[in-house]
Design a binder for this molecule. Sequence first.
Ligand SMILES: Nc1ncnc2c1ncn2[C@@H]1O[C@H](COP(=O)(O)OP(=O)(O)OP(=O)(O)O)[C@@H](O)[C@H]1O
Length: 545
Amino acid sequence: MIPNPSPKRSLATPPLQAQEQLLMREIIGLIGKSLAPGVVLREMLHLLSELLGLNRGRIVLVDAPDSAQNSPPGTSRICFAYGLTKAEIARGIYAPSEGITGRVLATGQTMLVQDIDAEPQFLARSVTRDQLPQETVAFIALPILVNGATVGVLACHRIRSRQRRLNDDMALLKIMATLAGQVLQLQDLMQQQTRALETRNTLLTHALDAAAVRYGIIGTSSALLQAIDELERVSQAQASVLLLGESGTGKELFARALHLSSQRRDAPFIKVNCAAIPDTLFESELFGYERGAFTGAASARVGWFEQANHGTIFLDEIGDMPLAMQTKLLRTLQEGTIVRLGGKAEIKVDVRLVAATHRDLETDVASGSFRRDLFYRLNVIPIRLPSLRERREDIHTLAIHFMNRANQANQRNVYLSPAALTRLQEHPWPGNIRELGNVIERLVLLADGPMVTATELERFLPTEAGGTFTTLASAPVGASTPAKPAPRAPTAPLVRDYLPANSHTREELQQTLAQHGGNQSRAAQALGMTVRQFAYRLRKGAPQG
Ligand SMILES: Nc1ncnc2c1ncn2[C@@H]1O[C@H](COP(=O)(O)OP(=O)(O)OP(=O)(O)O)[C@@H](O)[C@H]1O
């Protein structure tokens, strides 16, 4: 056996013989019609045999690491063949470096066995000697290269004494091996693209499923379904509803769902964040005021209650409502009327109240900071929203939902590896669904490649100890080059603290806004406020308000 140096291209290459021309024409025509290796490569081996007498051709490929064969690493096997029986193909399995085929794979060099009977390394693994002609048989094996790496072997038998020059056959086989490499590379690329499309398809199917979920509330855990069931059962009632749950568990989403599933759905839904209203402005905000009610009240203003007439008013963070206002709210709930600030007339309002809090109102009642009678009035229908820790089975669907949303908004195609999805399910999520949504949005913007692995995910997860994560503005948002890992800056708290209205000066607010490119939502996030709180404070010129 001699390793065959690549046939040198001579400047005076002899013209292709008729069979060679026919072979090339046929194969090029075939490639034009189909790129499927099963079609092209088999036909190539067929033509090599029929036209040139290069018989029992086979293409041996290394098993993919995740192949169904479950073979030891580096195992290769016959994948395409012509003139071999099924049993012969099945026998064509080679350990790394085994036999001539294994050596070509290992060295990337063409091997030419002039006489298989004289070569101890020739295995006759697939086709036994008695199946071959009695005369001297040669075996030629060439590497198939893709991007410089040997991925397979093209091999065939050849009767040694033939009219055709061996070097002509070698040159032609080399062209065929190159073509086979191109076809396999194209197939690999197509498979990669198909896999990406399949993943995207799964994401979209999930998205469609998720969109079909009522009112945009995603999840199928029993804890969540129970809360949805309670919501639906009370949707037609008039009684107030109290939504209880940690920050970011979906209280506002539920309040909107309640409104949408009630007969009031065509009337307004007004959301009021009690944590964002300074004590002195509560009454005028909720009930409105008459012209001249106070200095600067040049004209009358309708309050939130009147604006919500026939609809629903959602009082978020009701635990932050001052006691004096609680008394007035209770009266409105009992009598169905409001009196504008500076006015005398009792104005009838038909409003359903949905209140929410992350606080333990019973403790506030015990400490005297929340009126007991108002608590009873609100607590007629309490609905507790489970934390994300209590419904980990929903994390997968929620993550895919947020991922779809962020991908669509940012024209990305990022997805999570199965291990990364599992890691998400293990995280404690103190900031609940809002926190999960933020993490996913960040990784869609900042991930290094389309697939986020469990290892890469780690840098997006808030640290357990500090509960902090970097703000979006700390990294190159929307950069087209792969982003470097974002530094962990202790900026935005995970769970919003409920800050007093004068917690930041106007300058601090403006500075943060400038640092975040004028984006109120990100500035608010950085300071641990809602956008509404932020906007309000900015407008009112905190801390005076
Ligand atoms: N089940 C859910 N399915 C899809 N999105 C959800 C779900 N629950 C919450 N979200 C989303 O999570 C984010 C936080 O939800 P929401 O604002 O309703 O929480 P919250 O309990 O009112 O928070 P906070 O008490 O801090 O105001 C929102 O973007 C919301 O759309």
